[in-house]
Design a protein around this ligand. Structure first.
Ligand code: ADP
Ligand code: MG
Length: 172
């Protein structure tokens, strides 16, 4: 995939589990665009069951493919500004929030600092992150796994294939 004229490409994940979940996702998209970031494509919105030990409501999640003139930690400035716009308070770690905005992938960038990890460490074990990334950027290669988003999204589905799929040569 070519770089957009508007800068480098990134996959962002939105999540909300406090009322009103759809409205917070709308607020987030408007704030992202208001910061000069171009939204190129979006996934459906998925309800997901929270992971971890904190008891809390289900999340509404969505991934966005965006383009912007930012690199590395500059994307975190966007994260903080957009979360603030959605009234996010720093409460219980991993607890309920009006908006969680995470950077899942940045094209051709890999970061492992205290404040920024890209690809996002949750990518490999949260199905909606893999499925969403496979929809938005199917050919991007995970730098540590050496596999494309499509391959990673299908990896957990061993034994599941479409009948007549020539790639697996199955019949019946
Ligand atoms: P979480 O998203 O893990 O539930 P928070 O949203 O409270 O938790 O983020 C905690 C910290 O995670 C942020 O201050 C940020 O510096 C750090 N962080 C590291 N990598 C990323 C990333 N890829 N996207 C967003 N935040 C990140
Ligand atoms: Mg976060």
């Amino acid at each position: 995939m070519k770089q957009s004229a508007a800068g480098s490409l990134a996959v962002l994940a939105l999540g909300s589990n406090l009322p009103s979940r759809p409205r917070w996702l709308d607020v987030a998209r408007a704030a992202i665009e208001g910061a000069g970031i171009e939204v190129l494509a979006t996934t459906p919105r998925w309800n997901t069951v929270p992971i971890g030990t904190v008891s809390q409501p289900d999340y509404l999640n969505q991934l966005l493919l965006v383009a912007g003139r930012r690199r590395g930690a500059e994307w975190l400035e966007l994260v903080r500004a957009v979360e603030a716009r959605a009234g996010r308070r720093r409460g219980l770690p991993k607890g309920p929030r009006t908006l969680d905005l995470d950077i899942i992938l940045i094209q051709d960038e890999s970061w492992a600092t205290a404040e920024l990890q890209v690809p996002h460490p949750g990518l490999l074990n949260r199905p909606y992150l893999l499925r969403g990334s496979a929809l938005l950027v199917p050919d991007w290669i995970h730098p540590e796994e050496g596999l494309s988003m499509t391959e990673l999204a299908w990896r957990g589905l061993t034994g599941c294939w479409a009948l007549g799929d020539p790639a697996v040569g199955s019949s019946g």
